[in-house]
Structure formats: C-alpha cells, structure tokens
Design a protein around this ligand. Structure first.
Ligand SMILES: Nc1ncnc2c1ncn2[C@@H]1O[C@H](COP(=O)(O)OP(=O)(O)OP(=O)(O)O)[C@@H](O)[C@H]1O
Length: 254
C-alpha cells in the first residue's frame, strides 16, 4: 500500500528520520514503536505531507507522493490523527467534525460567494459523512454535546472520526491511547480492529506495549531516527537490540 524507501528528514544537524525503508501493508495494523524522540511522529509527518523529506521516496499504490502537500495526500486516501486532539471546545462535536471535514475538502471562495450547487451538495455530503463517522466510533449520542465537555477518551474517538470523515484508505494514528485509562484503552483497541475489519489499513504509534503486542500485525522499531528492527510482535519482543533500546527501559508503558 505505502512503500517507503530510504526516507530521511534532517532538522539542522539532527537526523530525525535516517534512511528508513519499510512498508505500510494493506489491511494490516502496522505499528511503530521506539523511545521518545526516536522519530516516530516525524515519520508520520513525512508520509502525510506535513514535512518534506530531505531525501527518499514514498509511494502510495505505486503513485509517487513524496512531495505532495497534506491536502493532496489526504485526497489520495491518507488520513491521520495527532497526539493532541485540537477541537473547538465551544462548538458541538458534530460541528467540529463538519469543520474538520470542510478543512480537508474545501470549496473555492467563488463557490461560497455564489452559494453554488456544488457547495450545497458538498455541505450535505459533509454532514452525512460526519454523522456516519460519529456512528462508527460510537459517539452518535454525543453529536450535540459541546466538545469542551467530553472526556479524554471521547476526544480520542472524535479524532478517529475526524480522520475517517474523508474516506481514507490508510489511517495513521499517533498515540491514540495516550492519556486514557486501561479499560478505555481496550475500547479504543477494539475500535482500531473494527477499522481494519471495514477494509482500512492502519499505521499506529503507541507507547502502550500491551496494546501494541495484542494489536499489531507487524512492528517497526525506530531509535535515533533509524530502523533497528522490524517483525511480528513475538519477534520484536525477543529482539535483544529492541530490549536494549526500548523494551527494557522505562519508556515503554504497560
Ligand atoms: N519541527 C522540528 N524541528 C526541529 N526538530 C524537530 C522537529 N520535529 C521533531 N524534531 C526533533 O526530531 C526528533 C524526533 O522527534 P519525533 O517527535 O519525531 O519523535 P517521536 O519518536 O515521535 O517522540 P515521542 O514518542 O516523544 O512522540 C526529536 O529530537 C525532535 O526534537
């Protein structure tokens, strides 16, 4: 699905991502783990067009997407969530989703000024997509709640809904279970499994090792920007380099 070849990103003298080659495999949960500052979020930022790579190549189903902008990558089917879910706290959950969707599918100013039929149609589609996404993540009953009044776990679900509202093929989830309790983590893991069951491909960054080990089909381990291992959960758990760099340390949460 996504093929990443020799991908690097330098910030000044720092190689945040260094010559990483891997793939995000279709219909699978592809996890990325590693210590704080290992380059995991930067890796997602490169794939989703937030940062331009210093070198390397990214292809999506054979199409070169290396230098595309975020909105262009989103239109081709790559969507993502962020570590912190920025919502408009004084707007309803549904309105947050509608605005989020519009930001990703915006009509031109001309459409807005003349109230074109394209815009009206887009608005209708947008509202339907938002409701479908809310339903998928189990928050239909929260549609009219103020975003500022919902729990951290519900914010995480809204983040999933935002990512799903653009009909992606691949969803990149950056610490989806950060800051939520163990029971809620199980619920979010179920939701990730449901995404895959519905045909989505998932990229997953997470520090919660129980969650990663039970969910991932494959795990890539980054350390100081470099890929130090890749394999099944069982292979990764037994890999001495990974234990040394990450699993044996205090970084990985249960
Ligand atoms: N925009 C930026 N400008 C300069 N340096 C950056 C930028 N983004 C990330 N870095 C640096 O790149 C390195 C990798 O950071 P990144 O956030 O990708 O790590 P991470 O593995 O996601 O960490 P965490 O688990 O803490 O989220 C860090 O040293 C970070 O300080």
């Amino acid at each position: 699905m996504l093929k990443i070849e020799n991908l690097s990103k330098r910030f000044g003298g720092l190689a945040a991502v260094n010559e990483v080659s891997t793939s995000i495999e279709k219909g699978k949960i592809n996890a990325i783990i590693g210590p704080n500052g290992a380059g995991k979020t930067t890796f997602f930022n490169l794939i989703s067009g937030v940062h331009k790579p210093t070198s390397g190549r990214i292809t999506l189903d054979g199409v070169d997407v290396t230098h595309l902008r975020t909105d262009e990558v989103a239109k081709l089917g790559v969507s993502r969530t962020f570590q912190t879910t920025a919502l408009f706290d004084n707007a309803s959950v549904l309105d947050n989703l509608i605005v989020g969707h519009r930001l990703r599918t915006k009509s031109g100013l001309w459409d807005v000024l003349v109230g074109s039929s394209r815009l009206k149609n887009e608005e209708k589609v947008c509202r339907e997509k938002a409701r479908d996404a809310l339903d998928f993540v189990g928050l239909s009953h929260m549609a009219n709640r103020m975003a500022g009044d919902i729990s951290q776990e519900e914010r995480k679900r809204v983040a999933f809904a935002l990512a799903l509202s653009t009909d992606p093929k691949v969803v990149l989830l950056d610490e989806p279970a950060g800051g939520v309790n163990p029971d809620e983590t199980v619920g979010l893991a179920d939701l990730i499994r449901k995404m895959v069951k519905h045909g989505l491909t998932v990229g997953l960054i997470e520090h919660k090792m129980n969650m990663i080990m039970s969910l991932a089909d494959k795990i890539m381990v980054l350390n100081y920007g470099e890929k130090i291992a890749e394999g099944t959960p069982a292979e990764i758990r037994a890999n001495p380099a990974v234990i040394d760099a990450y699993l044996g340390s205090e970084h990985a949460d249960a």
